[in-house]
Design a protein around this ligand. Structure first.
Ligand SMILES: [Fe+2]
Length: 387
């Protein structure tokens, strides 16, 4: 391939060949304009050279063929920034809404379902518009709100995404969102040290804690909600092998809402930092849950969760078996176990200025050895000044 300095590429020009970042990764198809955004991204990523199959020549606007509807990966980088920001603003607003809702319930036991339905419709819209970014936020361990608020926010997003994957119609997604938002509301009737304390709790206290599904059910029953909403709340601790509570239902008797909320709730409980322990990384949590298919969780729904988050959730860092560190940057829609990665360091752990992008595959010589935990990832970014 022919190597060309990125500095030689002219803004708003077209070229006579596809431009590549390396021998596999297409930067800019022949019919797309080299834009300022792409140039800025090349600089930001410290990419100094591009590659092509022919000697590069500029082509005039008149000579070029009609543009195809292809999106370059670099442009996708800009879109990613915008999508991320949009999702973050939305996520913070949702946290604030739920914070006020729970605060009012704590103070005067009132719940306004009208405003809740509107909020759930907003969440459905966001999940359908920006699933990658909003799910990435829902996979983070902590936020500056208490656990009840962050848990309700993240699980509602995850449940709606799962329901959407199950092709539930809009009105069922709204019901699912309401059910999930309130699935732990009964906890607010119990002493806070039971569900938010730092100390160990005894058997009697555990028993008291397990009444929260019935308490949530009773609270929701006073409102004008459907049977499915009530079952979702009541059954979110039931398990496929009848080991759950309160009714020890077997899998085939657990409602769909109960099964979906169980998965969203368990996943979030595993990844979340709590006063008494650190959360697990999303990858490890997914693996744990996959091992409990059939015994604890519904097979189809766990596979949907993995499909949504991918087995290497976007943004996570992995260590390859040759020692290099890479980051998961995109989905492989054909197989979530083989994500698209960007190599960040050499095998000797020095940060690369040109960071090749590659797709993991079965016959790839290099495989993922481990996923960095959330705290390891934060340390890694701080140490190497990576944002
Ligand atoms: Fe619960």
């Amino acid at each position: 391939m022919i190597k060309t300095s990125a500095n030689q590429l002219k803004i708003n020009h077209y070229y006579n060949a596809d431009l590549y970042l390396d021998k596999n990764f297409l930067l800019l198809p022949i019919d797309m304009q080299f834009t300022q955004d792409i140039a800025d991204n090349l600089k930001r990523w410290n990419i100094r050279f591009v590659y092509s199959n022919n000697e590069l020549q500029e082509i005039s606007e008149e000579d070029r063929v009609a543009p195809l509807s292809l999106t370059s990966s670099i442009t996708a980088g800009v879109e990613e920034q915008q999508g991320k920001q949009r999702a973050e603003i939305f996520f913070r607003k949702s946290l604030e809404f739920i914070n006020i809702l729970f605060r009012d319930f704590r103070n005067n036991e009132k719940l306004n379902l009208n405003s809740v339905s509107d909020k759930i419709k907003d969440i459905i819209k966001e999940v359908k518009t920006d699933p990658v970014y909003v799910l990435r936020l829902a996979s983070l361990p902590s936020f500056d709100h208490d656990y009840m608020v962050t848990h309700a926010t993240k699980t509602t997003i995850l449940s709606i995404a799962l329901g959407d994957k199950m092709k539930l119609p809009q009105h069922k997604l709204v019901e699912l969102g309401i059910s999930c938002l309130f699935h732990e509301i009964g906890l607010l009737k119990l002493p806070e040290r039971l569900y938010n304390g730092t100390g160990a709790i005894n058997d009697d206290e555990k028993k008291a804690l397990s009444t929260h599904t019935i308490l949530s059910f009773r609270i929701l029953k006073t409102l004008n909600v459907s049977r499915d909403v009530l079952l979702g709340v009541l059954e979110h601790h039931e398990r496929e092998n009848s080991s759950g509570y309160p009714q020890k239902l077997p899998g085939h008797k657990i409602s769909l809402f109960g099964k979906i909320i169980a998965i969203a709730c368990s996943f979030d409980a595993q990844i979340s930092d709590r006063p008494f322990r650190k959360g697990k990384d999303a990858h490890t949590s997914l693996l744990n849950m996959m091992q409990q298919i059939g015994t604890m969780y519904d097979d189809k729904l766990i596979k949907s969760l993995v499909g949504l988050l991918t087995i290497y959730p976007l943004g996570c860092y992995v260590q390859m078996d040759n020692g290099a560190i890479a980051r998961s940057i995109n989905y492989n829609p054909d197989n979530p176990t083989f994500p698209i990665l960007q190599q960040i360091t050499t095998t000797a752990n020095s940060v690369l200025t040109e960071r090749p992008i590659f797709s993991l595959s079965e016959d790839n010589s290099s495989q993922v050895k481990k996923v960095l935990s959330y705290s390891e990832a934060v340390d890694f970014e701080e140490k190497h000044k990576i944002s």
